[in-house]
Design a protein around this ligand. Sequence first.
Ligand code: HMG
Ligand code: MG
Length: 334
Amino acid sequence: MTVPMQGPTAGRPPIEGLPREVRIHEVGARDGLQNEQATVPTEVKAEFVHRLAEAGLTTIEATSFVHPKWVPQLADAAELMPLLADLPGRYPGVRLPVLVPNERGLERALELGVREIAVFGSATESFARANLNRTVDESLAMFEPVVARAKAAGVRVRGYLSMCFGDPWEGPVPVAQVAGVARRLYEMGCDELSLGDTIGVATPGHVAALLAELTGTGTDGSGPAGGGTVPVERTAVHFHDTYGQALSNTLAALQRGVTVVDASAGGLGGCPYAKSATGNLATEDLVWMLHGLGIRTGVDLARLSATSVWMADRLGRPSPSRTVRALNRQEQQQ
Ligand code: HMG
Ligand code: MG
């Protein structure tokens, strides 16, 4: 598969205030597959992750060590991880984070040699209850020993925060409420904080306002506005594409200094405990935009797109990614 020319790509990014490089945090194997009706065989998941690494992705979220009854699609986490054991050797620098909600999950992950975990909190009470069977305070209390034990074991910790923009039960979520929970997660010791638009309702101005509140970067991207307590270098964004806003939101975040963006190959995804959540921003759509802006990702778009076509065949339905579809159409016409 060949990727047609995009321009202008040489030299500096053609829009002011953009980074030269973005690290993509690939969530297809976790956020994507956790929401599939069909149970994907463990070997297929392993091949998917191998193909993602082959395509140049360096941070590939592999699975979740949650209660198997809550997310049966990922109940094979303990079988999957050994099939990925050779990956860091084959692709130096590749990281395979996994989701862990509690100490039980951490113990299961550590036994398998996991070096990076993610805890996942909620900015709203309704989603904390639906997703973790806890209040916001109770879930933060559940994470505290997980983060402390992980850090003591030299394990890197990401903190997710869901429902940062809107919540299906509570409606729009005030930025001050989100920033309050985000700070608590960050101060707990998370190395990175990923701001989740779980149901995909954010728009770029809202993204700018939240980043201004949280990180202190000005809404015009001009620099510190004061008041922020989470450094922008430690902040990632996680957009679901329900209303087609994920790329615009990403651009708004990049203009405010964010350089880590979550995405899912082929646009797989959703969340089993937020019924209105649809797929994540497709990694291919993100890469198309970033490369078009002259921003490096290290990703081979043709390889990645071929992987998503392969995965779509396994799942029995086409990828929702516009870029995957366009590249695949061209491939078939050649
Ligand atoms: P609970 O029912 O309150 O659990 O669930 P519990 O602590 O009362 O324990 C009950 C039993 O479960 C015990 O067994 C535990 O050992 C066992 P028993 O003693 O009764 O035999 N148990 C476990 N077993 C295996 N692994 C574990 C585990 N924990 C407890 N880790 C719990 C609480 C947090 C476990 C549950 O609510 C859960 O697993 N939730 C996970 C939900 C989930 O994975 N959601 C999707 C990920 S979040 C997301 O997608 C959003 C994100 O993408 C960002 C965005 O888009 O916004 C990240
Ligand atoms: Mg998600």
